[in-house]
Write a protein that binds this ligand. Structure first.
Ligand SMILES: *[C@@H]1O[C@H](CO)[C@@H](O)[C@H](O)[C@H]1NC(C)=O
Length: 350
């Protein structure tokens, strides 16, 4: 294998994208590969989400088992992303409750923790996830988050990427956090086990119109290289790019290297929208990682395998809709719905 050119080695400042919506409204799988093929993007991390733990139940990716055939395209594409040098992680938690309660991963009973932790560890192993983003948006105990992080580090080793996704204000104030535990305490006690923080600078928890909120985080003692600036990708109206660029340029002048930028989420990112969601990452690359775009190879064999997986994923997604009442007259159920709308053969370059 050829060595990575030295200028591509540093992943900082990082460019991180969450990939949650896996299918469009017609149940057709959404491809993440434009993020690495010929779009002049220097993505460093892709976070597949959302993993949910269910009390007395099984682990899900969104509404289905991770092994559901509808996710064939998703998992095959993550394999190609990894080969392209992007770190592929999973995310557990998010806005929906259940994963970090006293009945699941925050249990006072270590056997209960163990039961649900093993479900999570099995998903990480099965899909070769290179890291886990822990997004705690309901109260969890300090002991509970410590136990989960320590266990992941123990089982998956030093190169496994462990991140958390606090709202930005939670980094400086426990009262304006959603997670219950204290992030400053966590960082002080176990910071060496945590790679970085995907801090949500949006929804009223932080802003990027100026450097103030990031400055406050650094002033509170945080290392600026560990803070990735989270942004909503569908809120990009008017001159949002120019404003973010100005703020980032100023932050880099003040603090040197910053942790990077994270976007929630891929499928409808502006300015391209659902037709061209990768455009957001193109703009971010120009702001953050100009000149760091890697060259990726796609063979004909891989493109054919991807095309077959796409058809299987679409068929699995449509089976449910089209078996229901009215399915036969639903345009989404026409045979043409199984013709891939992702041009994998067009990505062949090796
Ligand atoms: C960001 O701002 C700097 C400084 O004003 C400018 O040189 C650069 O071209 C801008 N980058 C983008 C992508 O807008």
């Amino acid at each position: 294998m050829a060595a990575t050119p030295p200028h591509l080695e540093s992943e900082i400042p990082r460019l991180v994208i969450y990939f949650q919506t896996t299918h469009d409204k017609g149940s057709r799988p959404i491809s993440m590969l434009p993020l690495v093929f010929a779009q002049h993007i220097a993505l460093t991390h892709l976070i597949v989400c959302t993993i949910h733990i269910h009390k007395d139940g099984v682990i899900h990716l969104n509404d289905h088992l991770p092994s559901d055939p509808r996710f064939k395209t998703l998992w095959l594409e993550t394999y190609i992303m990894r080969q392209s040098g992007v770190k592929v992680m999973g995310m557990i938690g998010g806005a929906a409750g259940g994963s970090f309660t006293k009945s699941t991963l925050d249990s006072d009973d270590d056997r209960t923790f163990e039961h649900y932790y093993q479900q999570l560890a099995a998903v990480i192993r099965q899909y070769n996830l290179q890291g886990l983003d822990i997004d705690v948006e309901q109260p969890m105990s300090q002991h509970g988050i410590n136990r989960l992080i320590l266990r992941l580090r123990l089982d998956f080793g030093g190169t496994f990427i462990i991140t958390l996704a606090p709202v930005a204000s939670g980094l400086t104030s426990s009262y304006r956090s959603l997670s219950g535990f204290s992030y400053p305490v966590l960082e002080r006690e176990h910071g060496q086990l945590i790679d970085f923080y995907n801090a949500q600078f949006y929804n009223g928890f932080g802003r990027m119109q100026s450097t103030t909120d990031f400055d406050n985080v650094v002033a509170a003692g945080w290392n600026p290289t560990k803070i990735v600036i989270g942004q909503l990708t569908d809120g990009w109206q008017g001159n949002a790019h120019a404003a973010l660029n100005n703020t980032i340029v100023e932050l880099q002048k003040k603090w040197g290297v910053i942790g990077g930028v994270m976007g929630w989420e891929y499928f409808n990112s502006l300015p391209g929208g659902e037709k061209a969601p990768w455009k957001w990452a193109q703009v971010m690359t120009k702001i953050l990682r100009p000149g760091l775009v890697p060259e990726i190879r796609m063979t004909r064999e891989t493109a054919m395998e991807l095309t077959r997986a796409w058809v299987e994923s679409a068929r699995a997604g449509l089976a449910v809709i089209c078996a229901s009442v009215g399915g036969a007259v639903n345009p989404a159920c026409a045979p043409s719905a199984l013709i891939p709308n992702v041009d994998y053969m067009g990505m062949v370059n090796a």
